[in-house]
Design a protein around this ligand. Structure first.
Ligand SMILES: *Cc1c(COP(=O)(O)O)cnc(C)c1O
Length: 398
């Protein structure tokens, strides 16, 4: 399977044999447990992530099909699916980090992850050092004997900085430190961090993997059996397991992931380049633009530049709020990675816990708008953005 292209692998999911034939589409095994004829098989299934199905919190055929499909796309040996992205991230952090350990992380991180690390630090004595996303020398300088993890994001939210995965992962490996990469924004279509030296890849499957804004999910993919087994046994104890229907919705959505990513990226290029030329816009942040600080690195690392970008309105906070009111097609909503175009104002929503200094350090302004571009026709999206922007210009008397 691994010699096939991602487009082909996404479509051809594992198919279980049932009485001599196989269902084309993976069935939903809506059961909490399994019965046994042989007590020895029952006993064996309890202790292994790849053994007989025993109990739904340990494993389920629909959930395992999702795990195998994501592991296949990411080039990992195995995966653990969870009920949300934070379920995957917390399972990995809690399974691999102990009190007194040290974590080096790229900053700023996705808000939920930053909170999880802050909590580990305050309540469990885990030290955390933040470094820039493309500075292997800073990782080398930060590493201590107690350093256990390096935590990165392929493309960060909302300013879309791209991590120097080869440089950062190699530095961690030399120091004997495990690297975890949140690959939610890139998806395995744009980047497979294990190919660049990562040990664990985490996803919010709520976003691009499922792709239809109808399910919450998470997945952690592993480069080694040992890491897989450690996190699997922790995640099932934590109760992070997804239900079979959520796993099935994610699997179903993933079959069109490569097709969707192509359109997300193409639409983003249209919007980002045209917004950059509009007088109401002071800056556009997307690694596909030569003005973005990550452009050169992104062009080397990724075949395309992703479906999320941000832009700053020259009119600041007032213009940001007015833009939100004026768009008609784009929806004012959290999340990303679905077929619909969604916008939000980071300073008052996703990043509201940052004070003015932290916002400025993250490059987020009062007039910054984040756009998660959908798969609509790009001209319809541009017409919507343009009418909203032209309305702003009218207000300013420009
Ligand atoms: C949404 C998101 C998460 C959290 O995932 P949930 O499915 O909401 O729990 C983690 N990382 C990134 C980059 C995300 O966008």
């Amino acid at each position: 399977m691994s010699s096939l292209h991602p487009e082909t692998r996404a479509v051809h999911l594992p198919r279980p044999v049932i009485e001599g034939s196989r269902p084309i589409s993976m069935p939903i095994y809506q059961t909490s447990g399994f019965v046994f004829d042989d007590p020895a098989v029952f006993a064996d299934g309890m202790g292994r992530p790849d053994g007989a199905y025993v109990y739904g919190r340990l494993s389920n055929p629909t959930v395992r099909a999702l795990e195998e499909a994501v592991a296949g796309l990411e080039g990992g040996v195995a995966a653990v699916a969870t009920g949300s992205g934070m379920g995957a991230i917390n399972s990995v952090l809690l399974a691999l980090v102990s009190p007194g350990d040290h974590v080096v992380a790229q900053g700023p991180l996705y808000g939920g992850t930053a909170h999880a690390l802050a909590d580990l630090s305050e309540r469990f004595g885990v030290a955390v050092t933040y470094v820039p996303e493309a500075d292997p020398a800073a990782v080398r300088a930060a590493v201590r004997p107690s350093t256990r993890l390096l935590y990165l994001e392929t493309i960060a939210n909302p300013m879309t900085q791209v991590a120097d995965l080869p440089g950062m992962c190699a530095t961690a490996r030399e120091a004997g430190v495990v690297t975890v990469v949140d690959n939610t924004f890139a998806s395995p279509v744009l980047c497979r961090p294990i190919e660049h030296g990562a040990d664990v890849v985490v996803h919010s499957a709520t976003k691009y993997l499922s792709g239809h804004t109808d399910v919450l999910g998470g997945v952690a993919v592993f480069a080694s059996e040992e890491l897989h087994r450690t996190v699997w046994s922790y995640a099932l104890g934590l109760g992070a397991t997804p239900d079979p229907f959520a796993a099935w919705l994610t699997l179903r959505g993933m079959q069109t992931l490569p097709l969707r990513m192509e359109r997300h990226c193409a639409n983003t290029r249209v919007l980002a380049t045209r917004l950059a030329e509009h007088p109401a816009v002071s800056a556009v942040h997307w690694p596909g633009l030569p003005t973005h600080p990550s452009h050169e690195l992104a062009a080397k690392l990724l075949p395309d530049f992703g479906g999320v970008f941000s832009f700053d309105l020259a009119g600041g906070r007032g213009a940001g709020e007015e833009f939100m009111r004026r768009v008609r097609l784009a929806l004012l909503a959290p999340s990303l990675g679905g077929v619909e175009t969604l916008i939000l104002h980071p300073a008052t929503t996703s990043h509201r816990s940052l004070d003015a200094d932290a916002l400025a350090a993250a490059g987020i302004g009062e007039g910054t708008v984040r756009v998660a571009v959908g798969i609509e026709h790009s001209e319809d999206l541009w017409a919507d953005f343009r009418q909203a922007l032209d309305g702003l210009a009218g207000l300013d008397g420009a």
